[in-house]
Design a binder for this molecule. Structure first.
Ligand SMILES: *Cc1c(COP(=O)(O)O)cnc(C)c1O
Length: 222
């Protein structure tokens, strides 16, 4: 089941990638937030290495159970300041969800000598239910984090596509995110994390080079 899901998703990513550019390289993060450690291990055995969790306590529990497996853990959820130490102790491969300068400062303070790779999350659809900095302020905040938080290695931009049945709204949110990404490429931004199960092909058409996919990979598991 999982092998077939993975194969289907990879084939769809590949088709969208070639339609966008044969030179594009796209990473897949398997979002395992609703899955057991067992299912994560099963997908790893199909060849998937990067997994994303949105709660620090879940990331800790699953990464402890799977500590012998060379997984790459991504943190994709809203990060509360009182969970920063716990998250940093787990040494995540990439934090996708720095959503304010205040959070960046709090992370910087707790890093000490350590460093962490991260993305700035933008609220491209301008939805109250989503976190992220505004499109208008994104470039300035990106530069502030780089200037004021030397232990945060900022590598790009993350967003969640518009929650809308209307394809034009989704496209617009990805286009706006892409514009922000382009505006910070001069600051070294390399990763554009956008696209989930329902919209990853659209995201790839707008230049996403990291997609975060959960339900399409794990459907039918258990
Ligand atoms: C849950 C989640 C995903 C994956 O969503 P699916 O629709 O299950 O693919 C991607 N990104 C974030 C931030 C999420 O919380």
């Amino acid at each position: 089941m999982l092998a077939l899901n993975l194969e289907r998703v990879l084939r769809r990513i590949e088709r969208a990638r070639l339609a966008y550019s044969a030179h594009q390289i796209i990473s897949l993060v398997a979002v395992s937030k609703y899955q057991s450690a067992e299912d994560i291990l099963a997908l790893y055995e199909c060849g998937q290495r990067a997994f994303g969790e949105n709660k620090v306590q879940d990331l800790r529990a699953k990464s402890e159970i799977l500590s012998d497996v060379p997984l790459e853990w991504h943190f994709i959820g809203t990060l509360q300041e009182n969970k920063i130490n716990a998250l940093l102790a787990l040494q995540p491969s990439l934090i996708h969800s720095i959503d304010s300068i205040k959070l960046a400062h709090a992370i910087q303070k707790r890093l000490g000598e350590a460093k962490v790779r991260a993305l700035l999350q933008v609220n491209a659809a301008n939805e109250a239910s989503k976190s992220g900095v505004s499109i208008e302020s994104a470039k300035e905040i990106y530069e502030q984090i780089q200037a004021q938080c030397p232990n945060i290695i900022l590598e790009g931009i993350m967003s969640i596509g518009a929650h809308s049945p209307n394809r034009a709204d989704i496209e617009r949110s990805f286009q706006l995110t892409r514009d922000v990404f382009d505006s910070v490429q001069g600051c070294g931004a390399r990763i554009l994390s956008m696209g989930m199960s329902g919209d990853f092909e659209i995201a790839i058409a707008y230049g996403a080079n990291l997609v975060r996919i959960g339900s399409k990979l794990f459907e039918g598991a258990k």
